[in-house]
Design a binder for this molecule. Structure first.
Ligand code: SF4
Length: 454
């Protein structure tokens, strides 16, 4: 698609340059335990071989800072210079310790200093200002270290982990997400730090799109546009995840936004790269003649024989129109695939756009170095057992650190609680903890059936 990108500043990330004047970069994240250095080195290499430009690694503890350094040293010893991104939540001291060794550090403004405890709901203006100033002060050492080492920072806002303070003022909304990012622009610019990238992620496609458009608008008014990292978080796996990601990312690309992308999949990370490349190729070569929009019915005719490319064609066609709410029915027509497959794809696209709900909405994190159970196997079982409850939302999350917050609005959820143990949640409340997987799934079935009877 021949749409020019809105001009951003250029941000160096290691040897790469990120911004509107350079190609869109593709990235993924490891899901091995970071402390397992050899497994993580192998996975980073696999992700790069698949075609990634850079790779993110979770750094949950101080011990993992040492592991990160060793992973990097091993890769550099083999001549691999791809930028490594350290993913840090909750502990600014870890971000400071790892920053000299990473080309980019990802922090989450919702848990950098502020927290989401869903308790204190009465922020006065002065309490709000005080909390903001506390965050600014706590950020300064990190910004100084990043400046000295040429390390970029991604301010990664997630709807599922906005702080109580922000939610109190703006609600759990796209505006809250954009304002959370703008606070970090203030903090960083006051410290004369501009090596910044921003992302606005949500498991809801429309929220992620709206938040990113709002942030872009605010940056434009401010007179500076930082590069954007695009992705739909907790998209789960298979067709659903690829369709959600394509609609979210490509809608924003059509607005001239997006400088790096990640397809978040609860699968092997290399799959994220394979699909990102296909999606961007379909986007670049998109043929407008593939669809007809008449009286709210979008008919997409495709002769793609590659299933993933076909999904991308239909999702991009829907992305062109769903923001302006012009579609109320979708027909996919590709004779290389069965009628049932065509109908399933159309239903999945409509559900991702929130136009019609046909099945259970399942969100699942892609997992990372914090995950201690086989989330891919559990997600497969959850989909097999619980897919036919339209209107129900189920979360499958890798860890207790971020999982419960990220799936707070799910009706039911599964969260990794210890090695090969999972906890069950209902409406944000823990129902049971430390269960072996089979037992947890049986309990979940009982809880869902009871819920449906109530
Ligand atoms: Fe990692 Fe998933 Fe936990 Fe997020 S919720 S930190 S992706 S394991």
């Amino acid at each position: 698609m021949n749409i020019s990108r809105k001009e951003t500043i250029t941000v160096p990330v290691g040897h790469l340059l990120l911004g509107s004047r350079f190609p869109i970069l593709i990235q993924s994240m490891t899901n091995t335990s970071t402390s397992d250095i050899s497994a993580t080195v192998v996975q980073v290499k696999n992700i790069l071989t698949a075609g990634a430009d850079m790779v993110r690694i979770a750094v949950p503890t101080m011990k993992d800072v040492d592991a990160f350094k060793k992973i990097r040293a091993n890769l550099r010893a083999e001549g691999i210079i791809a930028p490594l991104i350290a993913d840090v939540h909750f502990l600014p001291e870890i971000a400071e310790a790892v920053a000299p060794w990473a080309e980019k550090v990802r922090i989450n403004p919702g848990n950098f200093v502020d927290k989401r405890q869903l308790k204190k709901k009465d922020f006065t203006d002065s309490a709000y200002r005080e909390a903001l100033e506390k965050m600014a002060q706590r950020a300064r050492p990190l910004l100084e270290i990043c400046k000295q080492n040429g390390t970029a920072i991604r301010v990664g806002v997630n709807q599922g982990s906005l702080s109580d303070r922000i939610i109190h003022r703006y609600g759990n909304t796209p505006e809250a997400m954009a304002q959370s990012a703008m606070e970090w622009i203030d903090i960083c610019e006051q410290a004369d730090f501009s090596q910044l990238v921003f992302s606005m992620k949500s498991s809801r496609v429309n929220t992620m799109i709206e938040a990113t458009l709002l942030l872009d608008n605010l940056m434009e008014k401010r007179g500076v546009r930082y590069p954007l990292h695009l992705g739909v978080t907790e998209a789960a796996n298979g067709m659903e995840a690829r369709v959600k990601s394509t609609i979210g990312i490509c809608t924003l690309l059509m607005h001239g936004l997006g400088d790096t992308v990640r397809i978040s999949l609860t699968e092997n990370p290399e799959n994220e790269i394979h699909f990102a490349k296909k999606m961007l190729s379909v986007y670049d070569n998109y043929d407008e003649r593939c669809y007809i929009l008449q009286d709210g019915t979008l008919t997409v005719v495709s002769q793609e024989t590659d299933m993933e490319r076909w999904w991308a064609v239909v999702a991009i066609s829907a992305a062109k129109h769903h923001i302006s709410k012009k579609i109320n029915h979708l027909i996919s027509n590709n004779f290389h695939f069965s009628l049932a497959e065509n109908e399933d794809l159309a239903a999945t696209v409509m559900q991702a756009c929130r136009i019609k709900i046909f099945k259970t909405e399942i969100i699942a994190c892609p997992s990372c170095g914090r995950t201690q159970y086989d989330i891919q196997a559990v997600l497969a079982k959850v989909k097999e057992k619980f897919s036919d409850y339209p209107g129900l939302k189920i979360g499958v999350m890798g860890c207790v650190v971020n999982g419960p917050g990220e799936m707070a609005d799910a009706d039911f959820g599964i969260v990794g609680s210890a090695n090969n143990k999972i906890a069950i949640y209902r409406k944000g409340e823990r129902v049971s903890d430390f269960l072996p997987i089979e037992k947890a799934l049986t309990l979940m079935e009982e809880v869902i059936l009871k819920f449906k009877r109530e």
